[in-house]
Design a protein. Structure first.
Length: 714
């Protein structure tokens, strides 16, 4: 299953003014976490953190806005504190294009303002990207300036996340701020809110600490020094540091920069199929309310956000009803960040620190300190099974992150504790489980050519638990399975020996993540070509063909019976059986990887297809079918046209294909003849050999490749 999901992230400043005491009571009542006395103390201290003050302009103006007659979508909508009303540049009846030569300008004037620390741009939140700003210049004018001066040139990813411009040291006595939009989606500009914030002063009084992250006291700091500190959070932190009781595990950590999953998908030709976007696992629980987060080392021009994810949001069931995890995004800057987590739910915290240009390895890591944060911890292969068994028993959150070399999984803490058993069926199997997941991904990456062609990323893929969808699916965040499947999916013995369906499920969804679209995932193959990965992953685990689910075997066998052993004019892309459609791909790859003496046939096929240049023909899948046959032929050394003709890929007919979108199959006699001529020309030029008379049958009846059961350390 393959689902594109939209996660709506509400910006942090959309406050419901929730009474924090009520909020805390609800939290306890829900039993989503069991706060220790120490955690409760920190939560109480956090309540005293200053919330930023919103500074309102005395007037605002723009040079380009949509005028519907009844409604003028002017700059006024950016300061109305309403996230569902937007400023929008003119698009009808005349589209006034927003370009670097003709920018849209939003101007905000201030009077008698002492200081502005942050500007926050909140893109429209209604799901449309139109006008979302991707490039802007921020001009400022203070009492000390005679004219505007450029403060920052901003490039922002096209999404709904709040974008923050931090004025280092504060913009003192601001007179005017001009946002000059150079580029926005669709040559438009739009904005839900533009906020100007002054941070609370109290946190500047952190001079008892020896470092920027506030993790050590200056030598000689006394109890009397600490008692003079007004701010309760700072005083509590200093006290615990002085007494040597402050635990920095998980609270203080370093986070590497990763290439953004979107950038990777571009390189891999897997549009919209993203590796983990919650890469920076913290092991910290963020409860509703205020929190102090210190950051250091964020390079100029780079951004990082804190994402707080509530993996459960109150909905349970088996029909996909929108019960997505709740993700709240908070911008981070160097120094102190006061996060006001406006949610009913406590969430797990993740640091999103990505580079969009493939230069992550050149970006220094950042360091983050969740002051007094509630520690949940996370599982890693370098811990012992006993340590992890204790952690899953004691985790304050209902959820726990499992972070291995290639996979970031999120399961319920109780599920991990109860079901994650080793292949003896009894002992805790955390390490073995992580080994299995890593190996499955290694094989997936090998199949699609990542290993051979130097494309193995440092990034992990995400696998998470859901409460509202019966089967597994691949969506906007990663791959997911229902909480009821934890018993099977966490059990190493089952995965390794007798639960081919669970392994197939994982291989299938991860197969989606690596599907080349459209070159090996054209209309009619969305739920087919990813199964090649599922098939190989399962066989590599040492499973035998007979252990495949009967429905899958039946389909695979029907493929040969229907097209090779009988006469038919049917087109295989019209077949309703996904495994019948899978059959010719499995047979072809098995033959060339084994008998055909080309063990790298599949990785080579993926990499060559990745470099395809196909001119689309409206919604017609034929150009991609031709491209595939030509590519497979070139790699095999044979003109494989007869094989694909026999398997019903090339029929003179036209029909519609419904496959996560509307496609058509339309092949005329002229077009088929031209393709055959092209392929025959390659034969004449000795670039391809003709298939010997019995080769189609030999490929179609090629046996499965059998592997030994690998050993997985626990
Ligand atoms: Zn699927």
């Amino acid at each position: 299953m393959n689902i594109v999901m939209l996660f709506v992230t509400l910006p942090k400043k959309e406050k419901k003014n929730m009474n924090k005491k009520v909020c805390f009571t609800i939290l306890l009542a829900l039993g989503t976490m069991m706060a220790s006395a120490q955690e409760t103390l920190w939560l109480q201290c956090n309540e005293s953190l200053p919330t930023p003050t919103r500074i309102m302009p005395v007037r605002q103006s723009d040079n380009n806005h949509q005028n519907d007659g009844a409604v003028q979508h002017s700059v006024d909508f950016t300061v109305d504190r309403n996230f569902s009303t937007n400023y929008h540049s003119a698009y009808y009846p005349g589209h006034i294009k927003v370009t670097p030569e003709t920018p849209a300008e939003l101007i905000y004037d201030f009077e008698d303002v002492e200081r502005i620390d942050d500007l926050e741009y909140v893109p429209r939140q209604d799901g449309s990207l139109n006008g979302t700003v991707s490039e802007a210049e921020i001009y400022v004018k203070t009492a000390a300036d005679s004219d505007y001066r450029l403060y920052q040139h901003c490039q922002w990813p096209l999404n709904m996340d709040t974008k923050c411009v931090h004025f280092e040291g504060g913009l003192i006595q601001p007179v005017s701020i001009k946002v000059r939009v150079l580029n926005g989606y669709g040559a438009l500009a739009s904005c839900a809110e533009m906020a100007f914030l002054k941070m609370g002063k109290e946190l500047t009084n952190t001079d008892v600490f020896a470092d920027d992250l506030c993790t050590r006291l200056k030598p000689g700091t006394t109890r009397a020094d600490i008692e003079r500190i007004q701010q309760p959070v700072i005083r509590q932190l200093a006290t615990e540091l002085l007494e040597g009781t402050y635990v920095t595990d998980y609270r203080v950590a370093s986070y590497d920069c990763y290439d953004s999953p979107q950038w990777l998908a571009e390189q891999w030709k897997t549009p919209g199929k993203c590796y983990d976007q919650l890469q920076g696992v913290t092991g910290i629980v963020v409860e509703p309310g205020k929190h102090l987060v210190m950051v250091e080392g964020l390079p100029e021009g780079m951004s990082a956000t804190l994402k707080v994810v509530a993996w459960y949001t109150g909905l349970t069931g088996r029909s996909f009803d929108g019960g997505n995890p709740e993700i709240k995004t908070y911008d981070l800057k160097n120094g102190s960040n006061i996060i006001d987590h406006d949610s009913r739910w406590a969430g797990l915290a993740y640091i999103a620190y990505f580079n969009d240009e493939g230069k992550a390895s050149k970006c220094p890591p950042i360091r983050v300190h969740f002051v007094g944060g509630t520690v949940n911890g996370y599982l890693t292969p370098d811990q012992t099974n006993e340590q992890m068994h204790q952690m899953t028993a004691a985790a304050p959150s209902r959820f726990i992150d499992v972070v291995s070399r290639k996979v970031h999984a999120v399961w319920t803490s109780a599920g991990m504790h109860e079901f994650c058993k080793a292949d003896d069926g009894k002992s805790p199997g955390y390490r073995q489980y992580m080994n299995i997941l890593d190996t499955l991904i290694t094989w997936e990456q090998r199949v699609v050519g990542f290993e051979k062609y130097g494309r193995v990323p440092k990034n992990r893929t995400l696998l998470y638990v859901n409460f509202t969808y019966g089967a597994a699916f691949q969506g906007g965040l990663g791959i997911s399975s229902h909480v009821d499947n934890e018993r099977g999916l966490l059990n190493c013995q089952g995965l390794l020996y007798n639960d081919s369906e669970s392994v197939w499920g994982l291989g299938h969804e991860w197969g989606h993540q690596h599907q080349l679209k459209p070159y090996f995932c054209w209309g009619g193959t969305n739920e087919v070509t990813n199964n090649l990965a599922a098939y190989y992953v399962l066989m590599h685990l040492g499973y035998r063909y007979e252990q495949l689910h009967w429905g899958k075997r039946e389909g695979l066998e029907k493929g040969v019976k229907h097209y090779i052993e009988s006469e038919t004019d049917d087109c295989i892309l019209e077949s309703s059986d996904l495994f019948e459609r899978l059959c010719p791909f499995v047979k072809l790859c098995n033959y060339f990887m084994n008998e055909g003496g080309k063990p790298d046939f599949l990785p080579d096929l993926y990499e060559t297809l990745r470099h395809s240049q196909v001119t689309p023909d409206s919604t017609n899948v034929i150009p991609y079918v031709f491209n595939f046959i030509r590519t497979a032929s070139t790699l095999s050394g044979y003109n494989l046209t007869p094989y694909f003709e026999r398997f019903g890929f090339l029929r003179v007919k036209a029909f519609e294909i419904d496959d996560y979108g509307k496609y058509t199959y339309h092949l005329t006699q002229e077009r088929l003849d031209a393709f055959r001529r092209d392929m025959n020309t390659l034969e004449r030029k000795k670039k391809l050999k003709p298939m010997p008379a019995d080769m189609v049958e030999r490929i179609a009846h090629t046996p499965d490749i059998e592997y030994e059961h690998p050993h997985f350390e626990n």
